[in-house]
Ligand binder design. Structure first.
Ligand SMILES: O=C(O)[C@H](O)[C@@H](O)[C@H](O)[C@H](O)COP(=O)(O)O
Length: 247
């Protein structure tokens, strides 16, 4: 077990409605702080169940999102119109439910480039648009966690990815979860964010939630998320939080 740089804030939710409300409250606080500070709000998105939960939270909050910019903490290396694309999934969902969000507010990866170039170019986009010296600082990263303890596209089977110190976005080959090729944020970028929030649901993840967030078991990539100065938050439902006494 190793120390956290800042205390973990656990927010349990008894129902999906409550979880969506918690997420909306978080977005309200983080966006307000960012807009007051720099007139722009940079958010890193993840895929999976977060897509629909976030969509519901954005609808609930009725936010003015004009100055919000959306990045991808990881992305599958597939064409943008492929059913597996995380960007594609957000685009489809938000076109229907949040038509006020413009396509230009997404900072997308370019899968027409080679995988290495795609990752390097995405890093350049992050540096250019999030800025703040040589190590960009996101206002908020929204992360999911798989039952294997992966987060972003940092998988337990590929521990070398956790040792990256220079590159902020790296290519992933042979991902244990399909599709095999991806790009992902690395720990230096993730751990430099002002707010990092995991949203984890389902009883199937209860034991890994305990091993990651209580035991800080470094076997699991999610346990390496430890913001240097930022706030780490875990939003869980009753199932995912049941072994940490969250509810
Ligand atoms: O690219 C992917 O394969 C997914 O984005 C994946 O990394 C997901 O974020 C986690 O597995 C958590 O997903 P759930 O919240 O749906 O379990």
């Amino acid at each position: 077990m190793s120390e956290r740089k800042s205390p973990l804030k656990v927010i349990p939710a008894v129902s999906e409605d409550q979880l969506v409300q918690v997420l909306a409250d978080l977005l309200k606080r983080c966006s307000q702080e960012a807009l007051d500070r720099q007139g722009k709000f940079s958010v890193g998105l993840s895929g999976g169940s977060l897509i629909q939960l976030l969509t519901k939270a954005l609808k609930l909050g009725s936010f003015n999102t004009d100055k919000w910019v959306f990045f991808f903490c990881d992305e599958r290396y597939v064409p943008l119109d492929d059913g597996e694309s995380t960007y594609g999934a957000y685009k489809a969902e938000w076109q229907t439910h949040l038509p006020g969000i413009r396509e230009t507010q997404f900072v997308r990866a370019d899968p027409t480039k080679s995988l290495d170039d795609c990752a390097a170019e995405y890093e350049a986009k992050v540096k250019d648009q999030v800025g703040c010296g040589c190590l960009p600082q996101f206002d908020l990263l929204l992360l999911g966690m798989g039952p294997d303890g992966h987060t972003c596209s940092l998988f337990p089977e590929q521990p070398a990815t956790l040792q990256e110190t220079k590159r902020l976005v790296i290519p992933i080959r042979n991902s244990p979860k399909p599709p095999p090729e991806r790009i992902t944020f690395t720990l230096p970028l993730i751990n430099n964010a002002r707010d990092v929030t995991f949203v984890v649901t389902g009883a199937g993840k209860a034991s890994v939630v305990k091993r990651v967030f209580v035991d800080l078991d470094k076997e699991f990539p999610a346990a390496w998320v430890n913001p240097k100065q930022g706030q780490l938050t875990l939003i869980v439902d009753g199932g995912a939080g049941k072994e940490i006494g969250a509810l």
